[in-house]
Design a binder for this molecule. Structure first.
Ligand code: PMP
Ligand code: GLN
Length: 386
């Protein structure tokens, strides 16, 4: 009787929730789940307070509040030269709902979805809930580059769409123009849709982020997803958006109508203020994150791990095979007790276990002192399996 529907087989919980709960239970430094420990811009938070006080507390339009839609349109034009009509943007409850809406609204049961491996866990869950089949293309250590020949092989006559993610969680890869040109060529040759998750678009460390939708011939087949959480350090607000061809946006909205109908009324105008007036915030955030990435990677290397430095995002990956654990999950489950630190075993993001077995993801979107504390804790104990 107390049994989940098969739709949820293997996806009943998330590794992030599991590891954050472990961090709380053991009093560990949480370098696992990717959320910053400092808030976004004061003026943006004040804009949300003002919206709450101004009575923006009932259902907003399901499509999104006009200020936010206009701000996304202006953002895409200003940063990337992408021109959109209002009907080409829909507001969502975080990027998570945009991903859900895209897969439910664009993919039929039995269709294949090509996805970069390691993959963000919600892709797997939503591909499964849509009744579709995932076809991973692996980004391999040490560089985690996209192999276009492998991408070509993963595409079959049943492929409906390519689900891209750049900057990429968990590897930190920022796809180059050459890699994106290759994706674009294949998508056009094989007449595929592309959904691209660009939530870390502003968090890069020198490598330029290029939206796939800005490449020739791609605007008409690409749905771009982003959210305020990462760019403005408000991950708990869950305000995201999808943009692209009106019909693809309408497909997302068609599913969104029945998932949430509408998203946080007072937060949408505040995110509009963030997008319109606070580019400086994520510019500074990215500079700070680059320094924290080096701090963390230098520290982990000094402890004997091989660190793979990311081009963007909040995350760095290390190989922990030298410590003698069976795999990264065993290492991450022991770590809170042994050292009082939490990290994420990357193997949960892989079908090909041999590629991910000994990889561990560390988040560096934390105060410098927290990262130092985590490194001190790791350095104070013997990390080898006993
Ligand atoms: N995509 C990726 C790649 C992510 O890392 C995350 C989590 N931060 C999301 C989507 C979800 O974003 P949101 O919190 O806006 O739903
Ligand atoms: N995106 C965050 C991460 O990768 C977590 C989001 C979540 O917990 N669902 O750590």
């Amino acid at each position: 009787m107390a049994e989940y529907a098969h739709r949820l087989d293997g996806i009943g919980s998330t590794i992030f929730a599991e590891m954050s709960a472990l961090a709380v239970k053991t009093g560990s430094v949480n370098l696992g789940q990717g959320f910053p420990d400092e808030d976004g811009p004061d003026a943006v938070i004040e804009a949300a307070v003002a919206a709450l006080r101004a009575g923006r507390n009932q259902y907003p339009p399901g499509h999104g509040t006009p200020e936010l839609i206009d701000a996304v349109v202006a953002h895409q034009q200003r940063h990337y030269g992408i021109s959109l009509e209002r009907s080409q943007v829909v507001a969502t409850t975080g990027a998570t709902e945009a991903i859900a809406g895209a897969l439910l609204g664009l993919v039929n049961p039995g269709d294949e979805v090509v996805v970069l491996e390691p993959y963000y866990d919600s892709y797997v869950a939503m591909i499964q809930m849509a009744g579709a089949v995932r076809r991973p293309v692996t980004l391999r250590a040490p560089d985690f580059r996209l192999d276009l020949d492998e991408l070509a092989v993963a595409i079959t006559p049943r492929t409906r769409l390519i689900l891209l993610n750049t900057p990429h969680n968990p590897t930190g890869t920022v796809l180059t123009r050459t890699e994106l040109d290759g994706v674009a060529a294949l998508a056009q040759e094989r007449d595929l849709l592309v959904v691209t998750d660009e939530v870390y678009e502003h968090l890069t460390f020198g490598a330029p982020h290029v939206p796939l939708a800005s490449l020739p011939g791609m605007a008409e087949r690409t749905l771009t997803i982003s959210s305020a959480g990462k760019s403005f350090s408000v991950t708990g607000w869950k305000i995201g958006w999808a943009s692209g061809p009106a019909w693809m946006v309408a497909a997302v909205e068609g599913a969104k109508n029945w998932l949430s109908y509408a998203s946080g009324a007072p937060l949408q105008p505040a995110v509009a203020v963030a997008l319109n007036e606070h580019d400086g915030f994520h510019r500074q955030l990215a500079v700070g994150l680059a320094a924290k990435m080096d701090l963390l990677c230098d520290g982990l290397e000094a402890l004997g791990m091989t660190a793979y430095r990311p081009d963007g995002t909040y995350f760095a990956t290390t190989d922990v095979s030298s410590y003698g654990y069976a795999d990264g999950r065993a290492f991450c489950l022991a770590l809170p007790e042994v050292a009082g630190v939490v990290a994420i075993p990357s193997q949960v993001f892989y079908d090909d276990l041999d590629e991910g077995r000994h990889l561990v993801r560390w988040a560096f979107c934390k105060k410098e002192q927290v990262i130092r504390d985590g490194l001190d804790r790791l350095g104070a104990v013997d990390l080898h399996a006993r």
